[in-house]
Design a protein around this ligand. Structure first.
Ligand SMILES: [Ca+2]
Length: 498
């Protein structure tokens, strides 16, 4: 707006100069500021100031011929009277022009202002409407958002409320139940209290009774303790007496054993006394000797098979008719039966005591005719059964002195404890048994082990008290089981037709 005012100011100055002639500008400056007229137009915020020349100064020259500054600058007229009229006319036309121009200007300004105002108003209205609309839409969106949030919160609150209501219902139900239970329990407690009081009374009565009984019992206990002391002293004296008695008993037993042993040796000496028989009488076996009238048991020289030297053997001339050649005997463990193949082949020990005649001799004897075998057994409890086989034979050494038996009978078990189907003889250095192991090493001695069989009369000799639970002892299964070691044994043969 200020720029428009300035432009108009310049324009009006120009118009004033045009109306006053070429030297008008200098005259205005001399006339002073008080001779100008200011025209101001106020439109809204804007104000328009028009600087217009003073019209009275243009009415004519004063008395001294001065019209205005412009006229004073103009060249002097040619004559005095007509010149002033002309000037007046010029001034009038100029005034008219000015007036017209001013009117045009005013119209122009008014039109411009009107359109501008309209535009400004429209623009302002438009802007205001737009801002209002924007604010309105913002408000609407915010309101919608708030409404949505409020809805969500409301739904949550509703949910919570319903849940709380359900919980409240449940709680009230459980509270009801609890109240009922509580009531029941209270009644029960009162019942129990009644019972308890009754029981307490009873307990008190019982306690008083028990105390009385306890006192009685204490007195009795003291009496009994005195008795126990007395009895223990008497028991101690009795034990001492028993100890001395048992010591005496063991001494007596030892003496008895020694006596029986000496009697036994005397008897054997007596029985052995007939030996040696005259060498001229050659017996193949004890049956021959018996038939020749020798009916006393003892050691005889026998000429067995094709053996060059006579062999000493014990002849049993009493058992079951006599005539038995004894080829195995155990009585007291005096002879070691842990021997090699060769020793079992040729024989060892003492013919009058513990003895093994030899596998070769037995093979030779049993290969000349049919023989029977009798096994005499005795345990540590005094039982003396026997086992007998109608037919008995040994194979030769190449056949490992295989054992052939038939026709079992006897009292040492209902079944035979010897295997009868041709088992080979085994020693610790010759394994001919039917086991992957070596039975002779496990069970000791030399025997017709099967795998490892039900018997071994050549096992370890165990004294009385040490003879049970011994798997490697002198065993005859069907008599005393698999782990009982016997006291004495004898194996003897004679011809089947004796
Ligand atoms: Ca074997």
């Amino acid at each position: 707006m200020r720029l428009a005012v300035l432009a108009l100011g310049v324009l009006l100055a120009g118009v004033a100069a045009g109306g006053g002639g070429g030297g008008g500008g200098g005259g205005q400056r001399r006339g002073g500021e008080g001779r100008k007229r200011l025209h101001r137009v106020q439109h809204g915020h804007c104000s328009y100031t028009f600087v217009l020349p003073e019209l009275e100064a243009c009415r004519g020259p004063d008395r001294y011929g001065n019209i205005n500054a412009a006229q004073r600058d103009a060249p002097p007229p040619a004559d005095g009277g007509d010149g002033s009229a002309h000037k007046l006319q010029l001034l009038e036309t100029a005034m008219e022009n000015n007036t017209q121009w001013l009117q045009k200007l005013e119209n122009y300004i008014q039109e411009n202002i009107k359109t501008e105002m309209v535009q400004i108003q429209a623009h302002a209205v438009h802007n205001q409407t737009a801002t209002m609309l924007e604010i309105g839409t913002n408000l609407l969106t915010r309101t919608a958002e708030q409404t949505r949030k409020l809805n969500v919160v409301e739904a949550q609150v509703m949910n919570q409320t319903s849940r709380i209501e359900i919980q409240l219902l449940e709680n009230s139900l459980s509270t009801n139940k609890l109240e009922k239970e509580l009531l029941m329990q209270v009644t029960e407690i009162s019942k129990l209290q009644d019972k308890n009081s009754r029981l307490e009374k009873k307990v008190l009565v019982l306690e008083s009774r028990q105390q009385a009984e306890l006192e009685d019992l204490r007195e009795e206990k003291e009496r009994l303790q005195d008795l126990v002391v007395l009895q223990s002293t008497s028991i101690e004296s009795l034990q001492r007496q028993l100890h001395t008695a048992s010591a005496n008993n063991s001494i007596l037993q030892r003496q008895q054993q020694q006596l029986t042993e000496s009697v036994h040796t005397l008897l054997t000496l007596l029985s052995v006394s007939p030996v040696p028989l005259p060498r001229e009488q050659k017996f193949r076996d004890c049956a021959d000797a018996f038939k020749a009238g020798n009916n006393i048991s003892g050691v005889y020289y026998l000429h067995i098979g094709n053996m060059t030297e006579p062999t000493k053997a014990f002849c049993d001339m009493e058992t079951s008719g006599g005539g038995w050649t004894v080829f195995q005997r155990r009585v007291n463990g005096s002879v070691d039966f842990q021997r090699t193949w060769r020793e079992y082949k040729l024989g060892f020990g003492d013919a009058a005591g513990e003895h093994w005649l030899g596998n070769e001799a037995v093979f030779q004897m049993t290969s000349q005719s049919q023989y029977s075998l009798r096994v005499e057994l005795r345990d540590w409890e005094g039982n003396a059964p026997y086992s007998q086989y109608d037919k008995f034979q040994l194979g030769n050494e190449k056949q490992h002195y295989r054992l052939f038996l038939r026709g079992y009978s006897g009292t040492a078990g209902h079944q035979s404890s010897l295997t009868s189907h041709g088992t080979g003889f085994s020693t610790r250095d010759s394994d001919n048994d039917n086991c992957l192991c070596k039975c002779a090493l496990m069970l000791t001695g030399g025997w017709w082990f099967d795998a490892c069989g039900l018997s071994n009369l050549n096992g370890m000799y165990y004294a009385v008290g040490h003879n049970i639970r011994k798997l490697n002892g002198i065993k005859w299964h069907h008599f005393r089981g698999p782990s009982y070691s016997l006291r004495s044994t004898a194996m003897m043969i004679r011809p089947s037709d004796f």
